[in-house]
Write a protein that binds this ligand. Sequence first.
Ligand SMILES: [Zn+2]
Ligand SMILES: [Zn+2]
Length: 344
Amino acid sequence: MKAVMKVAPGVGQIELRDIDEPAPGPGQVKIRVQAAGICGTDLHIYKDEFRSRPPVVLGHEIAGEIADLAPDVSGLDPGMRVTTETYYATCGVCMYCRRGQNNLCLNRLSIGSGVNGGFTQYVIVPAKNVHRLPQSIDFRAGALTEPLACVVHGVLNTPTISPGDVAVIAGPGAIGLLTLQVVKAAGAVVVVLGTDVDERRLALARELGADHTVNIQAESPEDLMADLTQEGLGADVVYECSGAGPAAAQLLKLVRRRGRYVQIGLFGKPIAWDLDQVCYKELVVTGSNASVPSAWDKALKLLDAGVVRTAPLITDTFAITEWENAFQKFDSKQGVKTLLTPVG
Ligand SMILES: [Zn+2]
Ligand SMILES: [Zn+2]
């Protein structure tokens, strides 16, 4: 089967290769991939800014149907429509694993970076990672369960938002637009910030419920914040979803004293950030790393209820043979979410 693989360490080093079709071992399920999302992480792997173990098939945002399963797996059947968590292996015995924080296990191996992922026809995952897709969610929308679970984890698992809060989100990419919807569902007033390249994405943000959007290259968000927030003091909470250093610096200005700063985007490198402000403003700063199982349950409920919509985020779909164009399109920020579909 054809697979998009990181074949060696270093920048680039991604190729379409033919590999053998895998078979499930004990406790494992074989998923026939129907759609797989390209994530910022895949681009970071391309640019050698994120650790991977080549040769490895990329792709961790997957929806498909169960093609086969090991005899010891119960509760799942061939043909079921599913998505999957990304942890192929965690140690199960460390402090984090025992506390249900398996995203933080030091021995974690994930599909799409540590072991073979979903930019191909079939992927093998542990049965315990598999979640059934609700009837209302098709494969394409279902492929975005993973980024939604990451957002749910970042926004809700350490509680960051309350009804009536004014929230500012920097970066109207897929993660920002999912954050917008989760924060909106929690009852906040939401402002989304973007730049000149984001005009279409900011329009989509408004369609998905943003109360205000600001192109920060055309206008300063500070006047709006003065009008919108209590006594003009600033946002109650800010979410950095762009992975751009200037956005992180700007959010530090827009958040009020005793406000919350939440880092969801990845920069891929160290950035300059004025930590004195964390003291002066008495900020609570949180970050999130991937997701935990409970965030998947919440994400699927939000999708099934129609409170969060992922389908409008999908702007491009390519066959995996076109992976180079797909990566380029995604990197150019012309669209929002790019999907890859396998070729038989
Ligand atoms: Zn992802
Ligand atoms: Zn562990």
